[in-house]
Design a protein around this ligand. Structure first.
Ligand code: FAD
Length: 400
């Protein structure tokens, strides 16, 4: 699958990471992880910390799938608002999903600290702006639902928004429990950390083309004809799950991102908070560690790389225009832009755990705008499943 085009900022900023060998012999391990993106890396982290021997196989150069294209905003609020999710899956489950997302941000902060890496993790505040009257009503309903379930948020009115952020909008939801990272850097740091500390083996350019399910495990075959024998296999293939799962669980979309030239510190909006809006298509905004503005959005509801790429320059100008409308006093110029594919599920929640047709296999499919928080949740659940511990198996189950 063609996951992205253009110049993803993270690859330029960090340069290509260390590459790993391609598997050229048969091997054996406890857990085989398919995919070396942020999901595979986090799954490896939690399993390695529990003393489980892992091998990661990736068909690309390590960590160069969607993880390099991400804008990497960590928010507990998912694509589907809490009050809408309550209508789809019920109050208790919806609140639980939101709380797990909130918790996952602090979990990530904690494990980054424990590993002594940084991944440019930084806690941030976040504004969800009402784009119009309907948006304002949506946010009022959302505020009630979040408050009821003890989720951190404040409602800011027009005056407060103007005074504090110099933003001219009717209403916004505000929280100070969000974060930003450099996902590509974090991902490659985790792989290197566990390669050294836990003997994690990573193979790049090693595609898994088939999985044979045995009574006590699996045997995976690579495109070069080598086998990997394991007790369990974790599928963390990002949006390329079609060869590993006999079920369609998401719809693919295209999305666009630009990164500005660095701007002066004093030019930024207050708190350099994350910003997104109720409008569809929306834009979402963050800053980078070197004082650039990163703006994404203007999604299109299709997967068609040629069509997607043709729109890239036009989308860049739409995004710039929308940014300048919001912040007429902050002039930015594009330095990099790219586009990517992402997947969305009906209820905005990921698919994590076992599937009845795939014994000895766990899935970590963190689809949606909050894929990275879902990666953290998936990694913890899969570790618990492997260790036979009680864990969340219903909320993100297939066939729910
Ligand atoms: C433009 C854009 C902006 C985004 N912004 C955000 C955001 O702000 N916040 C957020 O939380 N999320 C965001 N996301 C989503 C987030 O980036 C993804 O959820 C996350 O990167 C997915 O990581 P992954 O490891 O699951 O997938 P990937 O990074 O794609 O890794 C999967 C890997 O599996 C490998 N693979 C697949 N099939 C096989 C096979 N058969 N054999 C071997 N290897 C295989 C691939 O080569 C790939 O490297 C964004 C996504 C995009 C595209």
């Amino acid at each position: 699958m063609d996951l992205k085009s253009g110049l993803p900022f993270w690859l330029i900023k960090n340069g290509l990471a260390k590459d790993y060998d391609t598997l050229d012999e048969n091997t054996e391990t406890e857990v085989l992880i398919i995919g070396s993106g942020i999901t595979g890396a986090l799954v490896a982290h939690f399993l390695c910390e529990a003393g489980v021997k892992c091998v990661i196989a990736d068909k690309r150069m390590a960590s160069t799938g969607s993880t390099t294209a991400s804008t990497a905003q960590l928010q507990y609020e998912i694509d589907v608002y809490l009050h809408e999710l309550i209508e789809i899956i019920g109050e208790e489950k919806a609140a639980k999903a939101y709380k797990m997302c909130l918790e996952s941000i602090f979990t990530l902060q904690k494990i980054i600290g424990q590993m002594g890496i940084d991944g440019e993790f930084e806690m941030k505040s976040c504004l969800n702006l009402a784009s119009d009257k309907t948006g304002a009503n949506t946010l009022r309903r959302e505020y009630k639902a979040r408050k009821k379930h003890g989720l951190p948020c404040e409602l800011l009115d027009k005056k407060q928004l103007k005074e504090k952020f110099n933003i001219d909008r009717e209403l916004a939801l505000y929280n100070d429990c969000s974060a930003i990272i450099d996902t590509f850097k974090l991902c490659t740091q985790i792989l290197e950390y566990h390669k050294k500390k836990s003997g994690l083996k990573v193979y790049s350019h090693t595609e898994i083309v088939s999985i044979e399910h045995k009574r006590n495990g699996i045997v995976a075959l690579t495109q070069k004809g080598n086998s990997i024998k394991a007790k369990k296999v974790v599928a963390a293939p990002g949006y390329e799950s079609e060869n590993l799962l006999d079920e369609k669980v998401m719809r693919l979309h295209s999305t666009y991102v630009l990164v500005s030239k660095p701007i002066k510190e004093a030019t930024f909006w207050n708190e350099k908070c994350l910003i997104w809006e109720t409008a569809r298509p929306y834009i979402y905004i963050r800053s980078t560690a070197d004082n650039r503005v990163m703006v994404g959005g203007f999604d299109e509801p299709f997967y068609d790389p040629k069509r997607r790429d043709k729109l890239m320059a036009r989308k860049n100008s739409y995004i710039l225009k929308r940014f300048h409308k919001l912040f007429p006093d902050i002039q930015i110029e594009t330095d990099f832009y790219w586009c990517g594919t992402f997947g969305e599920t009906k209820d905005g929640l990921p698919f994590i755990g076992e599937h009845e047709n795939h014994p000895n296999m766990y899935f970590a499919l963190g689809y949606g705008g909050n894929g990275i928080t879902f990666s953290v949740i998936a990694a913890e659940i899969i570790r618990d499943l492997y260790l036979g511990k009680k864990t969340e198996t219903e909320l993100f189950a297939f066939g729910r």
